[in-house]
Design a protein around this ligand. Structure first.
Ligand code: NAD
Length: 358
């Protein structure tokens, strides 16, 4: 028996995590699912969005499944899961299953992974007043020689790139590309930066990523600037394998990729650190549809399949993924974003039926 901690977050996170947990248990998987306090309710009951008992349960669990963040309380849950626990590698598979509502004319065969560096770049949020920065770095100037003081009032955000951080994500990219190559994929890492403009920071990322992948000896390497890369993910998505992105670019390009495959409600993810991992859909709390029971549960179901694989239940993960594919192929029980009329729970139940009959 394996233990899973489910943290639904808020909004549609509650609905999709509920439907997914119900499916996993009804499928007879050897799981015990715990739902310790989190988010707004935990703030009311325990005075913190992620109480100590929740942290302990998640650390001790075999798998952690998160729903979606929205307001400050559930954003604090992600902050803990991703940054405090240092889940530095964001794995976001983009895969088209026949029956998904892709806006592309010929999406069959789209199958790649956006690998997002999670811990550095701009995201951890080092921001402040420009005047403060100007005081400690009075000579810092832009490419035209303009100093911070000359901008007047304003704010700044610091982008961080370290050789150690790039090296570990590049090695992760190699391991992922190698694993996919063993299953027939090309064994290629596509690095995405804006090194033509941000030569120091993005340039360092590109340089180290290229060295690590080329030194590996068994993988192809290519690099595109993020603007060009976004065009290529629309025009040539089938040429992609592992797309290694800096933090912000990975966040944006994974939504773009998800949409080319069929929509944001379909894209799963896993965030990995050293001895720590958790799994979540790529989408957010979707306040526009929350509470209506119409959210597509696919992203969370596929995230749970990634979690099962991570927990050593690889055969069950493959069977669950095949069950999702079957529901899309049948096209009878799809949610509104996929052109159907099914509710979240109905679609999860259809996946359960396909899982049972596999
Ligand atoms: P969103 O991902 O919540 O929604 C974007 C659009 O996609 C909406 O129209 C929504 O209805 C649709 N959508 C998303 N998931 C869907 C699903 N499963 N089924 C059907 N349609 C779906 O992004 P947003 O609206 O920009 O942000 C809403 C909130 O979510 C914000 O507070 C944001 O900060 C947060 N957010 C959290 C995460 C996360 O938890 N990892 C990611 C992105 C955004």
């Amino acid at each position: 028996m394996k233990t899973v901690v489910a943290l639904p977050g808020e909004g549609i996170g509650l609905e999709v995590v509920d439907a997914t947990c119900e499916l996993l248990l009804a499928a007879g998987l050897p799981l015990k699912i715990l739902t310790p306090p989190q988010g707004e309710t935990a703030v009311k009951s325990h005075g913190a969005p992620v109480p100590d008992e929740t942290k302990q349960a998640a650390r001790a669990a075999d798998g952690v499944l998160f729903g979606a963040a929205g307001g400050p309380a559930t954003s604090a849950v992600i902050t803990w899961l991703r940054w405090e626990m240092d889940a530095w590698a964001g794995v976001r598979p983009i895969r088209f299953y026949p029956g998904m509502r892709s806006p592309l004319a010929d999406p069959e065969g789209i199958d790649y992974v956006v690998l997002r560096e999670n811990s550095e770049g701009l995201y951890p949020g080092r921001e402040g007043e420009l005047a403060e920065l100007a005081r400690v770095m009075p000579d810092l100037s832009d490419r035209t020689g303009r100093t911070l003081k000359e901008y007047g009032e304003g704010r700044f955000a610091v982008k961080v790139v370290t050789p150690a951080g790039v090296e570990r994500i590049a090695r992760f990219a190699c391991a992922l590309a190698r694993k996919r190559k063993a299953k027939g994929r090309p064994g290629k890492v596509t690095c995405v930066t804006k090194s033509n403009v941000l030569r120091g920071s993005d340039g360092l990322f590109q340089q180290i990523a290229e060295r690590v992948v080329r030194d590996a000896g068994d993988l192809q390497f290519e690099h595109f600037y993020v603007d060009d890369a976004s065009r290529r993910l629309v025009r040539f998505p089938k040429s992609m394998d592992v797309v290694l992105c800096m933090n912000l670019y990975g966040d944006i390009l994974s939504d773009l990729g998800a949409e080319t495959a069929g929509g944001l409600g379909l894209a799963p993810s896993g965030c990995f650190g050293d001895g720590w991992a958790y799994f979540e859909s790529v989408h957010g709390s979707a306040p526009d549809i929350a509470g209506k029971g119409i959210a597509n549960p696919t992203a969370t179901i596929l995230s749970s399949a990634m979690m099962l694989e991570h927990m050593g239940l690889g055969a069950e993960a493959e069977r669950l993924e095949a069950a999702v594919a079957r529901v899309y192929r049948d096209g009878k029980t799809l949610t509104a974003d996929q052109g159907g009329t099914a509710k979240t729970r109905d679609m999860a139940q259809a996946v359960l039926a396909a899982y049972r009959s596999a």
